[in-house]
Design a protein around this ligand. Sequence first.
Ligand code: MLT
Length: 312
Amino acid sequence: CLASGNATAQGAYPNHPISLVVPFAAGGPTDVVARSLGAAMSKTLGQSIVVENRTGAGGTLASTHVARAAPDGYTFLIHHNGMATAPALYRKLPFNPLTDFSYVGQVADVPMTLLGRKDLPPGDMAAFIKYARANGDKVNLANAGLGAVSQLCGMLLQESLGTQFTTVPYAGTAPALTALLGGQVDVLCDQTTQTIPHIKADRVKLYGVTTLDRIKALPDTPTLQESGLKGFEVKVWHGVYAPKGTPPEAIAKFNAALRAALKDPAFTKKMSELGAEIVPESKQTPEGLQTWLQTEVDKWGGIIRKAGVYAD
Ligand code: MLT
């Protein structure tokens, strides 16, 4: 590795593969975005981007790893809302998202879908609401741990239904969805970047989307808000981070490759088929990410503290 500060002084950055850490299991929604993005970015960088899945503790193990990695321009993290919810969810968080990272930029916004296993009795959201209230903790809700967006969505869902499910955590929503498909769990709230192919193949029950408006990729699917959960909204955003102190030249090159990837036809086509929306250019910058992160830390901090959900 190059020493901090001289990453581009020799004009050689990047001169070997770059690691992009994903906080959840391979094959899941974050992994899908990371691998497609990495493939597009490597065209500009002339080096491969190797995706490294570091799962555990709702994504916080991966963030801790990257916060402590050498700031040499060869380790990056892609993470979602979990970066902003972690400080409220974890009392002993080993990193601070607002001070321990260098920021690269945002990527894409992704809606979530509320799914049931194929043979779960309710046929639509109205029936699901009645079923959930009547069956409470007999309903098993899968998620990817405290800090996952599936957990966040599940938490808001239980709160708006006034019911408590039994939560079953996995290392990512890839294994959580496998459990749903196998009938081992009943319900999962998960991102369209993983769920759309399964919805189209009719392998799951689809109860609604978590955005305030219907989405282009699933135009006939009602929002949860339309089905009676007023104001219900979870939108997943993605940021790319580096350890604090990463040379500005490396950040600038990585950011330029990110912005090029966000215009790459293969990448944008795949994202739009999976329901994801590329963020506007103002969010594709280090400043755009940093400002957004601060807003989200404040927003979710308040909601989570009110709900009283946290890990010691
Ligand atoms: C994943 O990639 O497994 C998900 O992003 C996990 C989640 O946050 O629900």
